[in-house]
Design a protein around this ligand. Structure first.
Ligand code: NOJ
Ligand code: CA
Length: 505
């Protein structure tokens, strides 16, 4: 394929496809509905792979697809090797993996090893797989609010641990039987051609064996973040590496402190392949804040380890709302940042449209957590009419939709696509080193590899950055593309550019 700029595109095909590629998170119930029952499904995803290929996506991560009572919308799994009937069948998944593979798109599943549904047969048949106590043993609190993480089980008269909803009992990862079950689950999917897993609450598996009190609800060091969890990740990495091609582990290690977070890669880079950088997620779209997170990440990641970047997901909300208050120019700046830092970017379905959080009226609320995460899980707007019949969550605002943006070369969708194509074209952007460049307050500039410079102005007034030379190859304000910069770059409010020197690779 020949790009707009005339250079040949390269699709990463090597074992490190996930370092060079762009990944895309799909919330299956909300992506596309093939049988028109109002619930997105696997065949809906298969039917829209062409769109993802057109956009330039290399891999998709699906939120949980397994049978579940849906108290936490799939994160309460009742059968780890099945497919939820709302979403389709195992044959539909095989077809999705095969079709995606034909287009060079890999499929990652969500592994939920910290807890099961209370409806999982293990809960009654293998109670030793869970964490129990005769009395409430400590001050651990449920992350979803509502008080203690311990629940009295009427049947046994004992208390079980649930770090999340009471219908999500935590597994006891000190029990070797649990480890064996999950080895089987991992192999089941990896043998079927799954490219790897996003691991839910990867930092929480092991609980303190003395069940000691937490110092505070903000600093959880006994109910999660235990050192023994690292051995589990190491064992899984060895398993994933033993496949040909190697499979990958992407961790939701929800730790904001970069030093503690980086530990989940392992000091020998022998644990997670990638981890979402929640330090950046929780920063504002502010040059100083983000620069500091990136500098710490560059400094603290172990040798060879590869960062993972995201601005949106099904828990934290959409970047266009969180970071940009709906503003499309700022959303383009955010996309420019995520796709040009050293590391692997994850887009959340709709990010490419600068989609904002949806509106979900209280009477349609479905989420178990407080505050509700429903607004960032609303259906994908495929067209002005939405493309859905009575969807499970409301789709009210379709002003940013795929159909209209796809036919408009000045849209954010085209901007995102061109950004991805530029990554493919320049190895420096995919794999080059990151070096921060001097920039005035409110702006941020960095070099990738030999000859690519990215500069972004995140404040409300124009700035000038000195010492920059080259051709503007891509700009949030598309009118500026092909402009030549000779020493001084002027950026308006919420404006960003990628500048390429002749020697760039
Ligand atoms: C993190 C998941 O992303 C979130 O959606 C879920 O509620 C919790 N883990 C519990 O599984
Ligand atoms: Ca459906």
């Amino acid at each position: 394929m020949v790009t707009r700029c005339g250079a040949r595109e390269t699709r990463p095909t090597s074992e490190s496809w996930w370092r060079e590629g762009v990944l895309y998170q799909i919330y299956p119930r909300s992506f596309a509905d093939a049988n028109d029952d109002g619930i997105g499904d696997l065949r809906g995803i298969t039917g829209n792979l062409e769109y993802l290929e057109w956009l330039g996506i290399d891999g998709i991560w699906l939120n949980p697809i397994h049978p579940s009572p849906n108290v936490d919308w799939g994160y309460d799994v009742s059968d780890y090797t099945g497919v939820h009937r709302d979403l389709g069948t195992l044959a539909d998944l095989d077809e999705l993996v095969a079709e995606a593979g034909r287009l060079g798109i890999r499929v990652l599943l969500d592994l939920v090893p910290n807890h099961t549904s209370d409806q999982h047969p293990w809960f009654r048949e293998r109670p030793a797989y869970y964490v129990w106590a005769d009395q409430v043993p400590n001050n651990w609190q449920s992350i979803f609010g509502g008080g203690s993480a311990w629940e009295l089980d009427a049947e046994t008269g004992r208390y079980y641990l649930h770090n999340f909803a009471r219908e999500q009992p935590d597994l006891d990862w000190w029990n070797p039987g649990v480890r064996d079950e999950f080895d089987r689950i991992l192999r089941f999917w990896l043998d079927r051609g799954i490219a790897g897993f996003r691991i839910d609450v990867a930092h929480a598996l092991i609980k303190d064996n003395e069940l000691r009190d937490e110092p505070s609800a903000e600093d959880r060091v006994f109910s999660m973040n235990r050192p023994e969890t690292h051995q589990i990740l190491r064992d899984w990495r060895r398993l994933a590496d033993s496949y040909d091609p190697p499979r990958i582990l992407v961790g939701e290690a929800y730790v904001l402190d970069v030093e503690r977070w980086a530990r989940y890669y392992g000091s020998g880079y022998d644990q997670l392949n990638l981890a979402f950088n929640f330090g950046l997620v929780h920063a504002d779209l502010d040059a100083a804040e983000m620069r500091a997170v990136v500098a710490a990440t560059e400094m603290l990641l172990p040798e060879g380890a590869w960062p993972g970047w995201t601005g949106s997901n099904h828990d934290v909300g959409r970047l266009t709302t969180r970071w940009c208050d709906g503003d499309e120019a700022r959303a383009r700046c955010a996309l420019l940042i995520l796709l040009t830092l050293r590391g692997t970017p994850f887009l959340y379905y709709g990010d490419e449209l600068a989609l904002a959080d949806g509106h979900v009226p209280p009477e349609r609320r479905l989420d178990v957590a407080e505050p509700s995460r429903d607004p960032c899980r609303t259906p994908m707007p495929w067209s002005r009419h939405g493309g859905w019949t009575n969807p499970w969550l409301p789709l009210e605002d379709t002003s940013r939709n795929v159909e209209e943006q796809r036919t408009d070369p000045s849209s954010t969708l085209h901007f995102t696509r061109d950004l991805i194509a530029l990554r493919r074209r320049f190895r420096d952007v995919r794999l080059g080193s990151y070096a921060e460049l001097p920039a005035p307050e409110g702006a941020w500039a960095w070099q990738r590899g030999e000859g690519v410079v990215v500069a972004v102005n995140l404040c409300a007034t124009p700035v000038e950055i000195e010492g920059i030379e080259g051709a503007v190859m891509l700009a949030t304000n598309r009118a500026r593309e092909s402009e030549l910069v000779r020493g001084r770059l002027r950026l308006g409010a919420a404006e960003g550019v990628i500048i390429v020197a002749p020697e760039a690779k």
